[in-house]
Ligand binder design. Structure first.
Ligand SMILES: Nc1ncnc2c1ncn2[C@@H]1O[C@H](COP(=O)(O)OP(=O)(O)OP(=O)(O)O)[C@@H](O)[C@H]1O
Ligand SMILES: [Mg+2]
Ligand SMILES: [Zn+2]
Length: 285
């Protein structure tokens, strides 16, 4: 931005001149508007440069370009921070297909983003619960992308990928790695935790304990979460039993992220059916 501003400043800085009439060369050869003008300062006439129309337009475009580049870089930075899988970069409300099943959750999702400040202050989250393929992840990544575009630090990651990240970090930093990742997940303004319950669970309960710590640290920090899951309430309660065998986090989670049970037809099945029809169509060729 600074570079463009400097150029504009140069174009408009005043200049003394002996020639005080505007001649042909004082008009832009392209747009035919003034490149100089005469002004009176303390009773003395001065000829000063001014910006012709086409230059004004060029400056406006350059500023706009720089603003866009800055915005893009900021989004790239936030996207990197968000840990979002590239496959979800395209989820957005503009492409969202509304049907009879998802129209209500679409409205909730969109209005949630519009009212983000309030949602953040009042620590309102949600648990999108329901069978596979009905668009729980799609909606939550639409929300994540909407907020990222407005410079809100969001982390949006599946529980499987979180566990992988933490295991990777053990290799690099030992137990410290887990703390670092959990702190990062706690600090984001919004955490989208996709597919809770799909993570592998070892006998020693390590993954369960990690998920528990993440949710617990967000609840303690009073920071909102959007959770998607195939688990039902009973299974979710089971998931959130702490090391001490008490399920207090379950109640706190439900208070912070009320369950929205979603019904509907699996979009994956419909996509699969369409492909099946294409394959069946090959028989008639
Ligand atoms: N509203 C929508 N508009 C366009 N595409 C959608 C919409 N909802 C879902 N889809 C597409 O349908 C497929 C299934 O959606 P999604 O992965 O969000 O389901 P899910 O409920 O998260 O399933 P799972 O429980 O298995 O994770 C995806 O390919 C997704 O891109
Ligand atoms: Mg999903
Ligand atoms: Zn011009």
């Amino acid at each position: 931005m600074q570079a463009v501003r400097e150029i504009i400043k140069k174009q408009t800085s005043t200049m003394k001149s002996k020639h005080l009439n505007l001649g042909k060369h004082d008009y832009c050869s392209k747009c035919n508007t003034k490149m100089f003008t005469i002004i009176e300062v303390l009773g003395k006439k001065r000829k000063v440069p001014c910006i012709c129309k086409c230059q004004q337009e060029a400056n406006r475009k350059a500023l706009e370009e720089e603003r866009k580049t800055e915005q893009r870089l900021q989004l790239e930075k936030l996207r990197k921070y968000s840990l979002m899988d590239k496959q979800f970069y395209n989820c957005n409300f503009e492409n969202y297909k509304i049907d009879q099943y998802n129209k209500d959750i679409h409205k909730i999702g969109l209005e949630y983003c519009n009212e983000w400040r309030r949602m953040k202050t009042e620590n309102v989250g949600m648990t999108l619960m329901g069978p596979p393929g009905i668009g729980k992840s799609y909606l939550s990544f639409c929300m994540a992308n909407n907020l990222l575009q407005r410079n809100v630090p969001v982390i949006a990651i599946s529980s499987i990928n979180i566990i992988n990240k933490i295991y990777e970090s053990y290799g690099k930093f030992g137990e410290e790695g887990e703390v670092t990742v959990i702190n990062k997940l706690r600090n984001a303004d919004l955490l989208v935790l996709d597919d809770l319950g799909a993570e592998h669970t070892s006998k020693n309960g390590k993954e369960k304990q990690i998920i528990y710590s993440i949710i617990d640290s967000r609840i303690r920090a009073k920071k909102p979460m959007i959770i998607t899951t195939n688990l039902n309430k009973k299974q979710l309660r089971e998931k959130l039993i702490g090391a001490d065998g008490i399920d207090r986090t379950y109640d706190r989670l439900l208070a912070a992220c009320p369950v929205i049970e979603i019904e509907g037809k699996s979009r994956r099945m419909s996509e699969g059916n369409k492909k099946f029809e294409i394959l069946a169509g090959l028989l008639n060729k």
